[in-house]
Design a protein around this ligand. Structure first.
Ligand code: KIV
Length: 271
């Protein structure tokens, strides 16, 4: 296994990476096993995304997941990562009502998971909450462009920041940066717009469906590993086809059990 530098990724490391032009590689994870693999493989930031809602809990969007449900995922991932910076999403309903709720829920997440930072969706509209958390000593990653918690308000999974929307996107990015966030996710944004926002900002941008001009990239791990059926979305590169691997392993196992080929004597205990 190759030597990874630095030994521990901190928020300041990400800023240094941006200044050095070293791209930041991020993945989501919701469990100890995959988090450990991603950490040892050199992933810089592991995000315990509220995408656990659809990827683990079977909800149809990220809206229903709660802080109580996020905490065990956060604890499992933070416990498994030695090098990567672990960030946990503040779920829908845990911060929009104001700075008191945002503080209460972010403090709970930091205390009960052992993560190093939280992520909040929204630009200008969430700036006050971001500033309050940063003031309290909690590192915050922003998230603008397409924000999945606002899927209904945005009218579905739509590219953000096109045409006149580019101006609002930059205003959101600057609001997040000025509020003290250490990085910002840009989701579903035209590549040229994301690239220009990335050069305007001093903090790193982490793109998902936002092109190669961002300072880093993030993928939802189940997309990256090909665990979903059907064609991946345009911005996803599938690095493995785990659905196929697992599907065929299951078929072989069923055949073995039914045909008396598992367990064999080497799997049995004596005496
Ligand atoms: O919850 C999540 O997985 C995310 C990524 C899409 C960035 O927020």
């Amino acid at each position: 296994m190759k030597e990874l530098t630095p030994k521990k990724v901190r928020t300041a490391t990400l800023l240094q990476f941006k200044q050095d032009g070293r791209k930041i590689a991020c993945l989501t994870s919701y469990d100890a096993m995959t988090a450990g693999i991603f950490d040892r493989g050199g992933i810089d930031v592991v995000l315990v995304g509220d995408s656990a809602a659809d990827n683990v809990l079977g909800y149809t969007s990220t809206l229903p997941i709660t802080v109580d449900e996020m905490i065990p995922f956060g604890r499992a991932v933070a416990g498994a990562c030695e090098r990567a910076l672990v960030v946990v999403d503040l779920p829908f309903g845990s911060y929009e009502t104001g700075t008191d709720d945002a503080l209460k829920n972010a403090i709970r997440i930091m205390k009960e998971t052992g993560a190093s930072a939280v992520k909040i969706e929204g630009g200008e509209r969430s700036a006050e909450q971001i500033a309050a958390l940063v003031q309290a000593g909690i590192p915050v990653m922003g998230h603008i462009g397409f924000t999945p918690q606002s899927v209904h308000a945005l009218g579905g999974f739509k590219i953000q920041g096109r045409g006149e929307g580019a101006e609002q996107l930059l205003a959101d990015a600057l609001a997040v940066q000025n509020a003290g966030a250490f990085a910002v996710v840009l989701e579903l944004v035209p590549a040229a717009v994301a690239s220009s926002v990335s050069s305007e900002l001093s903090i790193p941008t982490i793109g998902i469906g936002a092109g190669g001009g961002c300072d880093g990239q993030i993928l939802v791990w189940t997309d990256f590993a090909g665990l979903h059926s059907g064609k991946p979305r345009k911005f996803v590169k599938q690095y493995a086809n785990l659905a196929e691997v697992l599907g065929s392993a299951v078929e072989t196992y069923v055949e073995d059990v039914q045909g008396g080929n598992f367990p064999l004597p080497e799997h049995e205990f004596e005496g």
